[in-house]
Design a protein around this ligand. Structure first.
Ligand SMILES: Nc1ncnc2c1ncn2[C@@H]1O[C@H](COP(=O)(O)OP(=O)(O)OP(=O)(O)O)[C@@H](O)[C@H]1O
Ligand SMILES: [Mg+2]
Length: 147
């Protein structure tokens, strides 16, 4: 019999209430299965950067402002979620959020990706946010979408 035995769970956070709720589910799951939790926040590089340089910018090159925004998001999530004795780490990524989340899942050989159904986007035109929609289509592992 094949069983699903998750060793690594990835949660995507953008500071939204939905992403915090999703992280709470990811934390409970990681705790109950003794899995490792990786909490990931992705920031888009400033407009035009890719065209000029042609390769992904480093955090240092971008200066402190973007990474401070990520630290604020991670701080908020860590304050809002009871991690207890869960084995976790945080990861700050720069790039297109959905692609970076998928890449992290590939790189960490993740068994599950957890995201909110919606996020911090202000427009309510979509039933499912574009990042959630994209990762469902591209992720190498099961995706849990939390409303
Ligand atoms: N920058 C990001 N870094 C990490 N995870 C993210 C990021 N953006 C979104 N997510 C994850 O995806 C979930 C859905 O967010 P999404 O961005 O798809 O919705 P939205 O912001 O409402 O819509 P849109 O961005 O398309 O306007 C979030 O709850 C979060 O779990
Ligand atoms: Mg969004």
């Amino acid at each position: 019999m094949t069983t699903w035995d998750p060793k690594t769970v990835v949660a995507g956070v953008d500071g939204s209430r939905e992403s915090i709720d999703a992280t709470k589910v990811a934390v409970d799951l990681a705790r109950s299965r003794s899995a490792k939790l990786i909490i990931v926040t992705v920031v888009r590089p400033p407009e035009g950067w890719w065209g000029i340089v042609g390769s992904p910018p480093t955090a240092e090159a971008l200066g402190d402002s973007l990474t401070q925004a990520q630290r604020d998001i991670l701080d908020l999530v860590l304050r809002s979620v009871n991690l207890g004795d869960v084995d976790y780490e945080t990861q700050e990524e720069i790039g297109e959020p959905a692609s970076r989340l998928v890449s992290v899942c590939v790189e960490t050989d993740a068994d599950l990706l957890v995201v909110g159904r919606r996020g911090a986007g202000l427009l309510r035109r979509l039933v499912v946010g574009s990042v959630a929609n994209h990762v469902v289509q591209e992720a190498p592992c099961p995706v849990l979408v939390v409303p």
